[in-house]
Design a protein around this ligand. Structure first.
Ligand code: 6GU
Length: 226
């Protein structure tokens, strides 16, 4: 998979080199390139924003630099992902969809967002998605893009050392994951649940399923639809 990221703060993406994603890049599972939006500006001030038509607070990113940059990046099978608190909610199922794409382009806006015509223009020819992490506001799309990229790349076949660990994790089944324990058996007076030491695989499976349901109904009843 190829991932291009466009931002006015390219160094936000330095951690990609260090993390698990660095390994994926070394193994040629994913090729990530970061582009500075200011590199395609034509004025001495390298400006990328202006005041909003209709008035209001803040600044809006102008379409010209985005057009110049995205014309050079978008191809026939490219998806344009625009992180935005006004977008559709990111989810594990969207991460699965992203992980099957050949080319993802993340357009990270700052200020009050990007001129709507950028999304409309590329939407005529490409899959364009405005995507939000959740119901809170970040200063720009960079942190959101990092989160979406990490969630996506770990689902690409061959990325995870042990693909089994993808199967039972939170949000794959629609339930939260059951609690986990390791050695020692006793720690500060707290014991590992007896059933996990029993060797009875069917009993362990049932206990974990019960724990998943109990935890989900307690902290995320919305996932159960009640
Ligand atoms: Cl994707 N962008 C911004 N700026 N804020 C957010 C977000 C995205 N998701 C949640 N809050």
């Amino acid at each position: 998979m190829k991932i291009d990221i466009v931002s006015i703060f390219p160094s936000y993406f330095d951690p990609l080199e260090l993390s698990l994603l660095g390994k994926a890049a070394q193994n040629k599972i994913v090729d990530v390139e970061v582009h500075d939006l200011r590199s395609v500006t034509t004025d001495v001030h390298k400006s990328v924003d202006d005041t909003p038509y209709g008035g209001g607070a803040g600044m809006v990113m102008t379409p010209e630099p985005w057009g110049a940059m995205l014309d050079s990046l978008m191809g026939d099978d490219s998806w344009l992902i625009v992180p935005s608190p006004a977008g559709v909610r990111f989810s594990q199922s969207l991460a699965h969809e992203f992980s099957a794409a050949a080319h993802l382009v993340f357009a990270c806006g700052r200020y009050e967002g990007i001129d709507q015509r950028v999304m409309d223009h590329y939407g005529e020819r490409h899959r364009v998605l405005e995507v939000s992490l959740g119901d809170y506001v970040l200063n720009g799309g960079e942190v959101a893009a990092l989160a979406m990229i990490e969630a996506t790349v770990r689902l690409i076949p061959g990325f995870m050392g042990n693909p089994e660990s993808l199967v039972e994790e939170s949000h794959e089944s629609g339930l939260l994951e059951y609690p986990s324990y390791t050695k020692p058996r006793s720690w500060r007076g707290l014991e590992v649940p007896e059933v996990l030491l029993s060797g009875n695989h069917e009993a362990i499976r049932r206990w974990r399923e019960d724990q998943s349901r109990e935890r989900t109904s307690r902290v995320r009843p919305d996932l159960l639809g009640d």
